[in-house]
Structures are given as C-alpha cells and as structure tokens.
Design a protein around this ligand. Structure first.
Ligand SMILES: [Zn+2]
Ligand SMILES: [Zn+2]
Length: 530
C-alpha cells in the first residue's frame, strides 16, 4: 500500500516534471513566440470562405478587362516585390522607404508601366530631400533573467522589438533599467507611478489601428517625465513588427513589440509584482542609428491630355513600410490600372495627371515637392483624387477567447474593411458619386462622410482645390502584417472599377458641380448604378 502511494507520487512527479521544468522559469510563463515571418501573412486568408466575389461584366469595346482582379493583383505583387527586395538587401527599416533603392525601383517600374500604356510624357521627377533619413542599424530589447523569477530563468530577447523613428544611438551601446508599467498612459494610469530612470511599458490597443490608437504620444510624454526608454506593447495578432513616429519618444530609445512579445512582457511584469520582485525586473535596450543625408527621392508623373488643359490629378503614394500590401501597394496598383484603362478610352474632356508620389512617410514629401516643382498646378486643377489603402481585408475580433492575449482572437472577414470617404469641399455632386461605391461596386465605406482627408493629400493643400478619397487603416497599419495577401484581388477590382466610374463622371460633369460646396442644391443622378 505504502509502496503503491510512493509509486503514485513518483508517477505524478514524473508527469509533472516535463512541464514543470519547462515552466519554472519566468514564474512559469512560457517564453514568447518567435517573430512572425514578415514574408508571410500573420492571418489566414482564403480560409473556409473566400473573399466576396466580384460580379462585373465586361463592356464591349471598353478595354475594361484592364481593371480585372487578376491584372491588378499582378501589379500589386510586383510593387510588394520591391519591398521584399529591400528586405533581402538587408535594410533594417525595410520596405519602399522614400529615397531608398527599392523605392526608386518602384517609381521607375510605375513610370515604365505608364509608358507601356502609351502615356508619352511619363517621367521620373527627382527631388532633393532636405532632412536626413533616420536609419536604425542595430538594436535589441531583452528582459534580464534572474534566478529569483524561477529556476532556469534566462534572459529573453523580444524578437519583434522594433525601434521608433528619431531614437538616438545609446551611449556605450546599451542601457539597463528597471521596468514601470503605465497601462495606456493616461493621466489616471500614470497617477502615483514614478517613471524617472525607468523603462516604461505602454499597452497600446490599435483600435482600429495605430492611426487611431489612443496611446499616440504617450511614449513621448513618459520620456519627458524622465523614462529612459519606452516599450509600446501592441495588442495585436501574432508577433509582428510595427513602426510609427507617433509612438516614438524624441531621441530616447523607444520600441514597439508585437502581440506575443507584448503579452509575455506584460505577464511577467504582473507576476513579478505579485511576487514582490518588481524591483528586480530589468530591461536592457540596445540601439545604434545613423543619419543619411543628401538624399534624392522622386515622384513618377504622366498625363493623358484631354480636350481641355484643365486637369484632374490622380495620386497614389509609392512609399511604404515593410510589404505595404495595402499601404499603399493597393492604391498604386489601382493607379497603374486606371492609367492603362484611360489610355484606351476616347480622349477625356479634362487632362488626367497620374502621380505616383514619393509619399509622406519620409524622408521628404512627394506631393509637397510636386506642388513646388509645378507652379502651374495652382491654375486649372479641377480635382485631386487620392488612392490610398483601398482594399484591405477586414480583420475583426473573432469568436474564440485568446489563451495568451486579451479578449478574442482575430479573424479575417470576407469583406474589405470599411473606408472613410472625404470630400474637402463637401460637394453634393461628389458625395452622390461616392454613394455608388457601395451601392454599385460593393466597396465598403462608412455610412457617414465628411470633409476630412488624411494621408498623402496633405502636401496638396497649398493648391486650395477640392480633394477627395476613401481611406482606411486597420490592424496591421504600419506593421509587417500588412502583406500582399492582406488585400483581396476582388477588393482591388471593386476599388478600380468604382474609381474608373468616378473619374468618368467627374470628367464629363460641369466643373461647377465639383467646385460647388456644402449645401449647394443638387439633383442626384436618376440612375442608381451605371
Ligand atoms: Zn502609411
Ligand atoms: Zn498610406
């Protein structure tokens, strides 16, 4: 009997040993997942249900097969390929960063596509970049192991840690400091917390994206309060890379970490605090950066001359972080598709000017440089249409509670994410056209619309002409999860066909309708859909 009990205890112990041995470290917390492969999607796309199909019929003699999903997807893949070229070249902040070789290849490819389509004046327009480019060369974020946290506790490197723009090289290469958790960084979160001399951890909830997150500016705020470094811990799927200057903290070393690293970091902070060992929990930050000056970036420009010299500008930024599948390979692919399509149509009433811009992520600003180089744009520009983030598959909170994160796991929807429609002058005619995006082309938009236009249009403001766009920023905005696959081909086609319709209508309409501001009486088009 006694032997039997001992045997039972031994058996229990034997069963417990493997998991026990694996989990005594870090208070029994499993180590963080590796970095999500930035070449592959974090989410499942085309899983049980495929994206909402397209059901457009070709119009005889219109060459509108140029707006087919397959053709647009091939161009988007080509554009994303320039980012992967940057990754393969060993760029640390990789993607289609303005003024870098991969970006210039993107612009050259676009201009060649314009030329092949028959746009005779297609050209690369270089511009000098005034400010130097911030280039991180090496970095590391480690949570320092201590036997007090459990037998076998080793120092952990957070593989998704990514430095935020502006951070200076750390003197001596690295610094180690105790941790302070500041929640979402509101004044309520910070009450009673001393961040001086510590590395602050901010929990960032990107809802719906980093663009909309309430924690923008918190990193800078806590650095000003004396934190020696900041880690923005992103609540997001997988373990992705993120970069966004709104989460930087001046010249202090400031990082973002992906969802799995964020969860591990937050969990061990909590367990250390519960065990009364928080003062022993330290983080080591390493960061080296350099500044590259004297750079040249470029816009790619081409026109289809109209019966009138008065012009409609169609813009898409060519720059982007990481793969930038939606931001903005989607918009650029649609721009190229529209140029090919309109090159095959009868001569338009207005001159169509296609701009693949140097963008606004820096260094430099494409639209600002274009406006400076072309004073003639101040006269005779009827409208500027921006193509930006036009077909991102919607990622939503799903149906299963996540075991290692807060709330529900994430799911990909069969539709694209809803986009915000902006018309700067709130022209009733233009809003009436935008109404057709969802009704006739299946393009998801918000039900509301307004005068706000974010993104690449900022640089065009000095022209003081009506500007319009639809735009969205989602879960993987400025993150390595914004991959080729995050944009359904069907969504590209929906966006391209709607924008072709939109441009045709604007081109044929009296200019007074485009210029007419909010409240101008307007009789909506009788036909719901073309
Ligand atoms: Zn962006
Ligand atoms: Zn963008």
């Amino acid at each position: 009997m006694r032997n039997g009990l001992i045997l039972l205890l031994l058996t229990s112990a034997a069963v417990a040993i493997p998991s026990g041995a694996a989990t005594t470290a870090w208070f029994g917390t499993p180590g963080p997942a590796p970095l999500s492969d930035p070449r592959a999607p974090v989410m499942k796309y085309d899983d049980a249900f495929a994206p909402l199909p397209v059901q457009f019929t070709h119009r005889p003699g219109k060459s509108d097969e140029l707006l087919d999903a397959v053709a647009l997807k091939a161009d988007q893949k080509k554009i994303v390929g320039f980012s992967l070229e940057s990754l393969a070249a060993g760029d640390k902040l990789w993607g289609r960063r303005a003024a870098t070789p991969s970006f210039m290849h993107t612009i050259e490819w676009t201009v060649n596509a314009f030329k092949t389509a028959g746009l005779k004046d297609a050209r690369v327009e270089p511009y000098a970049v005034a400010d130097p480019m911030w280039v991180p060369t090496s970095w590391q974020v480690q949570i320092v192991g201590d036997a007090a946290f459990g037998a076998g506790t080793q120092t952990v490197t957070l593989q998704s840690a990514f430095p935020q723009p502006g951070g200076a090289s750390i003197p001596g290469g690295s610094l180690t400091a105790p941790v302070v958790y500041v929640g979402h960084g509101t004044d309520a979160d910070l009450a009673g917390r001393d961040v001086k001399g510590k590395i602050a951890v901010v929990r960032v909830r990107p809802e719906p994206s980093l663009f909309g997150a309430g924690e923008q500016g918190v990193a800078l705020k806590v650095a000003k309060l004396g934190a020696v470094g900041v880690i923005n811990a992103i609540e997001g799927p997988g373990n992705a890379l993120y970069v966004d200057p709104r989460f930087a903290c001046g010249t202090a070393p400031c990082f973002m970490v992906g969802g799995q690293d964020a969860w591990f970091l937050q969990t061990v902070i909590g367990k250390a605090a519960t065990a009364g060992l928080l003062d022993k929990l330290k983080i080591t930050l390493a960061l080296s950066v350099e500044a590259q000056g004297g750079l040249t970036s470029a816009n790619g420009v081409a026109t289809i001359p109209g019966k009138s010299a008065k012009r409609i500008i169609v813009n898409a930024h060519a720059d982007g972080f990481f793969q930038g599948g939606d931001d903005n390979a989607s918009g650029l692919a649609v721009l190229v598709g529209l140029a090919k399509y309109f090159a095959k149509q009868p001569q338009p009433a207005h001159t169509l000017m296609f701009v693949a811009s140097g963008g606004h992520h820096g260094p430099g600003n494409g639209p600002t440089s274009l406006v400076a180089a072309h004073p003639e744009l101040k006269d005779g520009t009827v409208l500027i249409l921006n193509l930006e983030h036009v077909a991102y598959a919607d990622i939503v909170r799903g149906k299963v509670r996540a075991p290692d994160n807060i709330g529900m796991t994430w799911e990909t929807s069969v539709t694209e994410a809803a986009k915000a429609v902006g018309v700067t002058n709130e022209s009733p005619f233009l809003f009436d056209l935008w109404k057709r995006a969802s009704r006739c082309y299946g393009v998801a938009t918000y039900q509301s619309a307004g005068p706000t236009v974010t993104g690449d249009l900022g640089g065009y403001r000095p022209l003081n002409v009506p500007m319009t766009q639809m735009i969205q920023s989602g879960t993987f905005y400025h993150a390595s999860g914004d991959v080729l696959e995050a944009v359904p081909a069907e969504g590209l086609e929906r966006a391209a066909r709607f924008h072709a319709f939109f441009l045709e209508q604007v081109d044929q309409a009296p200019e007074s309708l485009v210029a007419a501001g909010k409240g101008t009486p307007y009789q909506p088009m009788a036909k719901a859909c073309p």
